[in-house]
Design a protein. Structure first.
Length: 489
């Protein structure tokens, strides 16, 4: 068989089918006319490589080395279906480079490589249309390059690289199992990319995602974590904690695989009370668990007084007691400790509430009636709508607000005369409603009564600015994207 008149040279890491299409086009032919099959699949690739060797007059080995089959099994998976694979089931290309030069890289067919680092761009699925997204930032590009180092020929077949590919897959699988809009925390571009998705969760067991967006929001974070033991421990810990809060077989299997030590606690973990014995409690627990799983609600998001729009700054004594009861109930549920006799004490401590002399478990002693359960669920929903504010962080930061007080006194002129204690408590009540002793409450009432509306507004503005300036991360991670990646240049 004679070779073709025009014989394009393969680009570095070019996919064999891409070379076949370019060869045909350069010779004004359709691949089929040259005996080049266009179907996808590892076996077809071998036929394409063999045929191209003839057409381009090149050694067969050189062309076979361009196929996906040349990747080690840890990347391409084995013939058995149970084997995990990094190969996605679509075809990815660069929206810029591929359009210009017709080249599709082999590594782009792996879900660990959702970026073209040349132009740079997020890849697109061939044959689909997507609005042009913002180009990846430095954090994403660095992470992509870090992962891609192991794809270089000199590293590809080393034991170290193979272990990292396997570890990366497992970490992605673990993280994606409970990923949502708020967790894990992502740097700027990845955060924005995730915000475009209605549901960031995707299942990585056996198969990685078929979309570059879904791959990018998980794989870079996990790649960075793998390169940093402390970060990896943190990410794994958070992921396992979130999984453990779920109550299904798939979650238990994952926890067992990733945290063999957690298995015992997992076994001891109480089941939800049955619908027959405690229908109200069981139903409330399931609802809260669902909100926790799907929306990322955590104990730290609960304020000590979960007030609603109709509550005044200082609710009445009875109202406060009821609000505290609801907060404790929600906190205990979110901590997954409704069977634990110590849970209520711990929840009260975390919420900054004084402990009752006679400790009891509100969950188990029938203290949750249908009305209170409905209120607890409504509070959970409201906290989600408000953007999951980290009230625990606010309580800690507002416990000793010395910098805040001097800022307020400097920036807000004409404040009614009051002590630092009262001013601090007034500020805290606005940010994270919670317990204040009776004497201070009385003084806050007086101070608040003497504030004119303009001054009150100004005070709240200064308070918001101060908190955001001090630590934007703790105010609201959903609305304040920030870089957690230390590698960002
Ligand atoms: Zn490109």
């Amino acid at each position: 068989m004679r070779s073709l008149p025009v014989r394009p040279a393969p680009m570095v890491d070019e996919m064999i089918q891409s070379l076949a299409v370019r060869t045909a086009a350069a010779n004004f032919a359709h691949p089929n006319q040259l005996g080049l099959p266009t179907a996808r699949g590892l076996r077809t690739e071998q036929r394409v490589a063999a045929r191209l060797a003839e057409l381009l007059d090149m050694p067969a080995e050189q062309l076979t080395s361009l196929t996906l089959s040349a990747y080690p099994p840890v990347l391409r998976g084995e013939a058995q279906r149970s084997q995990r694979t990094w190969l996605h089931r679509t075809e990815w290309a660069c929206p810029r480079c591929s359009r210009l030069n017709g080249v599709v890289l082999r590594r782009w067919q792996l879900s660990l490589h959702p970026l073209c680092v040349q132009c740079p761009s997020l890849l697109t699925v061939v044959g689909t249309h997507r609005e042009d997204s913002a180009p990846p930032d430095t954090a994403a590009l660095d992470a992509q390059r870090l992962i891609a180092q192991d794809l270089e020929p000199e590293r590809l077949h080393t034991a170290g690289a193979q272990r990292r590919f396997a570890d990366l897959y497992l970490l992605c699988e673990l993280v994606s199992a409970t990923a949502d809009q708020d967790w894990p925390r992502l740097p700027g571009w990845e955060h924005d990319l995730r915000a475009e998705l209605s549901q960031p969760h995707s299942e990585w067991s056996r198969h990685p995602p078929d979309s570059p967006v879904r791959a990018a929001i998980v794989v870079f974070l996990c790649g960075r974590a793998l390169a940093n033991p402390a970060r990896q421990r943190l990410l794994r810990g958070e992921a396992i904690e979130r999984l453990a809060a779920r109550d299904d077989d798939a979650a238990r299997t994952l926890v067992r695989r990733f945290a063999p030590g957690a298995l015992d606690t997992e076994r001891r973990r109480p089941q939800v009370p049955s619908q027959r014995t405690q229908p109200v409690l069981a139903s409330m627990i399931r609802t809260i668990q669902r909100l926790q799983r799907t929306r990322g609600l955590q104990p730290r998001h609960v304020p000590a007084w979960p007030v609603d729009a109709t509550d005044s700054l200082i609710p009445t004594c009875d109202r406060r007691r009821e609000l505290e009861h609801r907060a404790v109930t929600l906190h205990v549920l979110l901590a997954g400790r409704w069977h634990d006799p110590n849970a209520e004490v711990d929840a009260r401590r975390d919420l900054g509430l004084r402990s009752h002399r006679r400790q009891r478990n509100a969950m188990l002693e029938g203290a949750v009636d249908a009305t209170r359960a409905a209120h607890v669920v409504r509070i959970a929903e409201r906290l989600i709508i408000q953007g999951l504010i980290d009230h625990q962080g606010l309580r800690q930061r507002l416990a000793t607000p010395s910098g805040l007080l001097s800022t307020v006194r400097r920036q807000v002129a004409g404040l009614p005369v009051t002590s630092d204690v009262v001013l601090a408590a007034w500020c805290r009540l606005h940010q994270s409603p919670g317990p204040v002793d009776e004497a201070t409450l009385a003084s806050i009432r007086v101070f608040d009564r003497d504030l004119d509306p303009e001054l009150r507004l100004r005070l709240r503005e200064v308070l918001d600015d101060y908190l955001e300036g001090v630590d934007p991360a703790a105010v609201d991670t959903a609305q304040c994207p920030f870089v957690v990646d230390g590698r960002t240049a």
